[in-house]
Design a protein. Structure first.
Length: 183
């Protein structure tokens, strides 16, 4: 598999993480470099680790995740999206997005489940998984950091409307993942 093909896969896998990072940035009062890097690292590490896990687990684990992975991602993203929508009505600003482990872990898992299946396909295609996973992780890290910053610029201007839109986007991604998993 060529570098360009791997980069396109990395960019495709990063799309959900980028969208979620934008949503996180929408809700932050100030997206400093530390917060943006924290979000990027969570997403980048999980996006890099999942193809490796899929590669080594190959068909055994993929069958189980393929059957339920879309439901898990749907539940996590929809729950967080609805919570974000509800937070958009909070006029005191108490629902600012946190980069704490308890908040970031479900987001990182939900946005990286599809990378597990990619790892399985890497095993069948005999792709060298280490450089492929590294490229996926670095791409996701970079796009997620940018997403937080982009979301924060819009969030500072539009406050609760932006948070509401971010919640709708998260829930929409959850629905998209579910529909794709059922088709």
């Amino acid at each position: 598999m060529s570098f360009i093909e791997l980069f396109l896969i990395a960019a495709g896998l990063s799309a959900d993480a980028f969208a979620v990072a934008v949503c996180a940035g929408l809700s932050m009062k100030k997206a400093d470099l530390k917060s943006a890097l924290t979000v990027g690292l969570y997403f980048g590490v999980f996006q890099a680790a999942m193809p490796v896990a899929g590669y080594f687990a190959a068909t055994w684990f993929a069958d189980k995740i393929a059957a339920y992975g879309h439901w898990i991602a749907f539940a996590l993203l929809s729950f967080l999206g609805v919570k974000m929508i509800a937070g958009s009505f909070d006029k005191d600003g108490r629902n600012e997005v946190s980069v704490k482990f308890s908040r970031m872990l479900p987001l990182a898992v939900a946005t990286s489940i599809d990378a597990l299946a990619v790892g399985v396909s890497f095993a069948f295609l005999r792709v060298n998984v280490a450089p492929a996973a590294l490229l996926i992780g670095v791409t996701t890290l970079a796009l997620s950091v940018a997403g937080v910053k982009i979301g924060n610029v819009f969030g500072m201007r539009f406050k609760s409307k932006a948070e509401f839109a971010g919640g709708v986007i998260l829930a929409g991604i959850g629905v998209k993942v579910l529909i794709e998993g059922l088709i």
